[in-house]
Ligand binder design. Structure first.
Ligand code: GDP
Length: 329
């Protein structure tokens, strides 16, 4: 299953739509004045229907894969209910606008030729002010959709290897080492931050590898949008976690901060491979502390250097084993 928003067509925002109509009206002609004004309103109706088509083709929120449903909510920064309310407002507004336009079209048909232009302008004014009254909702859902469309490369049904860990531990370096091609860069909605998505094959099974933007060890409600998206991937993708510790002298986070994050991630997804990265420039004290914490909690770990290709083949073998086990289930 691909991103359900990818193919959704976005209509113009309210002011842009009105501008399109205003720009077009003088170019519409007819055999009579009445005919011309009717054609103008029919054109406006066609434009208004773009909102109706948009709402009708919007993915059914309740049928979305949990990954996309949660991504939608995080991107929106408001609840799913708010999104549903807005969608139904857009639906109602476009139906009402259409019926106003139809009513005026009928009136023009029955009216005197001299009144036709006045009626057309009245209809234009009424419909434009109706759309403007609902502008906040309409424009917001359009922006939200544009951002969701950017999430193009993540397939929630595909087995996924999710590289997680604190910022700067070497996640994107590892993605480029374990996935075949140079990783594609996919935009994550509403942020300037990107996540890397790479692919590789295990016995003909296509696997995607993503690095989650660095997550800090802090309560969920204090987490920013980027971190919440990373947690969403960990929770809702069909995935194996590769959790990286940085045990080098350059490590930015203490053993406890890194370990607490691991503990939280394990609550969401227990299928995790733990790797101590940057083994080529290890800080002995840090290494001893991290490995002690892991042993005390009966957690196995591997030692790697993503940058210098140390332990990468073993890590790949372990990933392969886990993917095959996961696919069998
Ligand atoms: P991310 O923020 O977790 O994605 O981390 P990056 O992959 O961007 O790496 C952060 C820094 O760590 C970069 O300067 C990398 O060159 C460096 N780095 C990554 N892996 C290793 C490694 O195995 N050894 C050493 N010494 N540095 C590494």
């Amino acid at each position: 299953m691909l991103n359900p928003f990818e193919k959704l067509n976005c209509p113009p925002k309210v002011e842009d739509l009105i501008k399109i109509v205003l720009g077009r009206l003088p170019k519409i002609s007819g055999n009579t004045i009445k005919d011309r004004e009717i054609r103008r309103l029919i054109y406006y109706d066609e434009q208004v229907k773009r909102y109706l088509n948009f709402v009708n083709s919007f993915p059914r929120i309740d049928n979305l894969h949990p990954f996309y449903k949660e991504a939608l909510e995080i991107t929106a920064g408001k609840s799913i209910d708010n999104i549903k309310i807005c969608l139904s407002i857009i639906n109602k507004t476009s139906l009402t606008a259409s019926s106003i336009l139809k009513r005026y079209i009928n009136e023009i048909r029955k009216s005197d030729e001299t009144l036709a232009n006045k009626l057309m302008r009245q209809a234009f004014g009424r419909v434009s002010s109706l759309l403007r009254k609902r502008k906040d909702c309409i424009d917001w859902i359009i922006d939200l959709t544009k951002n969701m469309k950017k999430m193009k490369s993540i397939d929630p049904e595909m087995p996924t290897v999710i590289i997680a860990g604190s910022p700067n531990v070497g996640k994107s370096t590892l993605v480029s080492k374990i996935s075949s091609a140079k990783p594609e860069i996919a935009n994550y909605p509403f942020t300037t931050k990107e996540i890397h998505v790479g692919h590789f094959d295990i016995n003909g099974i296509k696997v995607q590898v993503i690095d989650t933007p660095g997550i800090l060890d802090r309560p969920m409600k204090e987490r920013n949008q980027i971190e919440r998206k990373a947690i969403n991937a960990i929770k809702n993708l069909n995935g194996i976690i590769v959790f990286l510790f940085d045990i080098s002298q350059q490590s930015l986070y203490s053993p406890k901060e890194q370990f607490d994050l691991l503990r939280e991630i394990l609550e969401f997804n227990k299928n995790a491979i733990i790797a101590l990265n940057k083994i080529d420039s290890k800080d002995e004290k840090l290494y001893a502390e991290v490995s002690k914490m892991l042993r005390e909690n009966s957690l196995n770990f591997m030692e790697i250097s993503a940058e210098n290709n140390i332990g990468i083949d073993d890590l790949k073998e372990e990933i392969k084993k886990r993917v095959l086990e996961m696919v069998k289930q």
